[in-house]
Design a protein around this ligand. Structure first.
Ligand code: GRF
Length: 203
């Protein structure tokens, strides 16, 4: 097989998607290609980023589809249609059930904006993660890329990168630093690592 076919699942601004697209354009994702973007809501700016990059993007909304099963069925149909080998959750905020994740063992990656096992699990996402780190007074935080299983932020850890917390940091300033210095570096790196494994397996 030439390259691993990657779907990126998003919910918000899509800066992690953009980091993957930029890495691909810079030749840093030789073993994979991003062929599909799925957003959990039609307003996600990440869909604009996909459009600009000429990549098919679809909104699959649990609210509109009315149930977790219908939501996951909608996702699976598109993942099948685009013959996806690897799913990357990049700021994706919807829950995926065990029956969904069990179909993709070691083939779903997630980026979490802390050094798991700190500041993770149910309800810990976005700014809340950085607010918790500041509240706890930790001096170092960072980001983690892990495989996704049925436990929120519970899968095997693949990559981590530490980021310093500075005096006077607000949650917004810290979030930006963690994105720039950790998330946007780790996710493309992990995507290439797993894509290379997939390609090797298929040879
Ligand atoms: C960020 O907090 C990031 O840490 C997490 O999702 C949020 C939005 O990411 N993964 P993005 O800009 O939509 O990629």
């Amino acid at each position: 097989m030439l390259k691993a076919r990657i779907a990126v699942m998003v919910s918000g601004g899509g800066t992690n998607l953009q980091a993957l697209l930029d890495a691909q354009a810079a030749g840093k994702l030789p073993s994979g290609e991003i062929v599909l973007v799925l957003a959990s809501n039609s307003k996600a700016y990440a869909l604009e980023r996909a459009k600009k990059a000429g990549i098919p993007g679809f909104a699959v909304s649990k609210k509109e589809l009315g149930s977790q099963e219908a939501f996951e069925e909608g996702l699976s149909k598109l993942l099948e249609e685009y013959r996806i080998d690897l799913i990357i959750l990049a700021g994706f905020l919807s829950i995926l059930s065990e029956s969904f994740t069990a179909k993709w063992p070691r083939r779903i990656l997630n980026i979490h904006p802390s050094l798991i096992p700190s500041f993770c699990g149910q309800g810990m996402y976005g700014l809340k993660v950085h607010e918790a780190a500041l509240k706890k007074g930790v001096k170092v935080t960072g980001a983690t890329v892990h495989f996704v299983n049925e436990i929120p932020d519970g899968g095997e850890i693949l990559l981590q990168k530490a980021v310093e917390i500075l005096p006077g940091d607000t949650a917004e300033v810290l979030q930006r630093r963690v994105m720039e210095q950790a998330e946007w570096l780790l996710l493309p790196q992990a995507a290439e690592m797993v894509s290379a494994d997939i390609v090797k397996e298929r040879e």
